[in-house]
Design a protein around this ligand. Structure first.
Ligand code: NAD
Ligand code: UD1
Length: 316
């Protein structure tokens, strides 16, 4: 089969591309390298087609789509605080860009689009765990854009018969998550802080919780979602069903690194959700989804990866 992976040079994207290539599929990656890196595709570069371009350019998207059977649409601005600072830019890429991807998928008669939705759609409502039948109440512009992406994907199903599956990922982490931007995911930031022996920065009191989900689980879900029967038109949570606080994560990293670092506590970020936990029963039922790697093992693997790839430890 032939897959178009938008955002395929990014964190979740490049891990997905590796697995598709390992399974013998043809892959086209469309990525503007705004947060992704071509290096993330180094191991598979000779086996895939890489196109540098933006999903905001409909002609580029149409070109990338020509031979695709399936589209895994991951390209986006992913940061909650960045969307609070610049909602127009996040909307342009996450909403206008997603619309372009859906239009091109419709025109090129792809079999199905899998869309990277987000648990941020749920907002900060008190009920946990979050299940897909709850009314989304996003509290950040980013959360709105991800929910609008779902509505568009499902409307393209109803309006044009375009098959679609939306996966609400819950805080994905693992190898290749970029720690270098202030907008990067917290586990990449904390891992880098421990490796550099600099104080990790905690926004808020550190008692906020997240259902941190190792990237391999998201990759499996992405691929299964392309073909799972009876899944089209639906939204699924992709998490683990367990949550952990940032303070607890810091304790675990102290153990993994053998270092004791005092965290620096700063005010909470706007748009931040307090607690997040997934009910994954629907994904189990329709996708046969089962998180194969749980948090503790994922964290150990991730810390080991950052250690091996730290500039100090990379030869050359
Ligand atoms: P990432 O930043 O590593 O990946 C995003 C990729 O999209 C990058 O390679 C970037 O260069 C590319 N991109 C950005 N704008 C683009 C544009 N205009 N045209 C083409 N490419 C563009 O982030 P990630 O964590 O791998 O996120 C992948 C997807 O999963 C995103 O849609 C994100 O919203 C969603 N998601 C991520 C998480 C998480 O915890 N990481 C959770 C929920 C949803
Ligand atoms: C993350 C993803 C988002 C996704 C959402 C839902 C990223 C950058 N964000 O948002 O794309 O849709 O999960 O699954 O991948 N924090 C610190 N110190 C730091 C960085 C963050 O304390 O250095 C805190 C934040 O304030 C927040 C928590 O850690 O309370 C998680 O932050 P972050 O990793 O940015 O993720 P989300 O905002 O949950």
């Amino acid at each position: 089969m032939r897959y178009l992976v938008t955002g395929g040079a990014g964190f979740i994207g490049s891990n997905t591309v590796d697995e598709l290539v390992r399974r013998g599929h043809g892959v086209v990656v469309l990525d503007d390298l705004s947060s992704g890196k071509e290096d993330n595709l180094a191991e598979v570069r000779s086996k895939i087609t890489f196109m540098k371009g933006s999903i905001t350019d409909i002609e580029v998207v149409q070109k990338a789509m020509v031979q695709a059977d399936y589209v895994i649409h991951l390209a986006a601005r992913t940061s909650v605080p960045r969307s609070v600072k610049d909602p127009v830019d996040t909307n342009r890429i996450n909403v206008d860009g997603t619309l372009n991807v859906l239009v091109a998928a419709r025109d090129n008669k792809v079999k199905r689009v899998v869309f990277a939705a987000s648990s941020s759609a749920y907002g900060d409502t008190p009920t946990l765990p979050k299940s897909e039948d709850m009314q989304p109440v996003p509290i950040s512009p980013y959360g709105v854009t991800k929910y609008v992406g779902e509505l568009y994907a499902q409307t393209f199903g109803r309006c044009y018969g375009l098959e679609n599956v939306c996966l609400r990922y819950f805080n994905i982490f693992g190898p290749r998550q970029d720690p270098d931007s202030p907008y990067s995911g917290v586990l990449s930031r904390f891992s880098a802080a421990f490796l550099d022996s600099t104080p990790p920065v905690v926004f808020g009191d550190g008692e906020q919780t997240r259902d941190f989900t190792y990237v391999e689980n998201a990759v499996q879900a992405n691929i299964v979602a392309c073909e799972a029967p009876s899944a089209s038109g639906r939204t699924f949570n992709i998490g683990t069903g367990h949550a952990v606080s940032l303070n607890r994560v810091l304790e675990m990293l102290q153990k993994a690194s053998g270092k004791t670092l005092e965290a620096k506590y700063e005010p909470s970020r706007e748009g931040d959700i307090r607690d997040s936990l997934a009910d994954i029963r629907l994904a189990k039922e329709f996708l046969g989804y089962e998180p194969a790697v749980l948090f503790e093992e994922g964290l150990e693997r991730t810390y080991a990866w950052y250690q091996a790839n730290h500039p100090k430890n990379v030869a050359g």
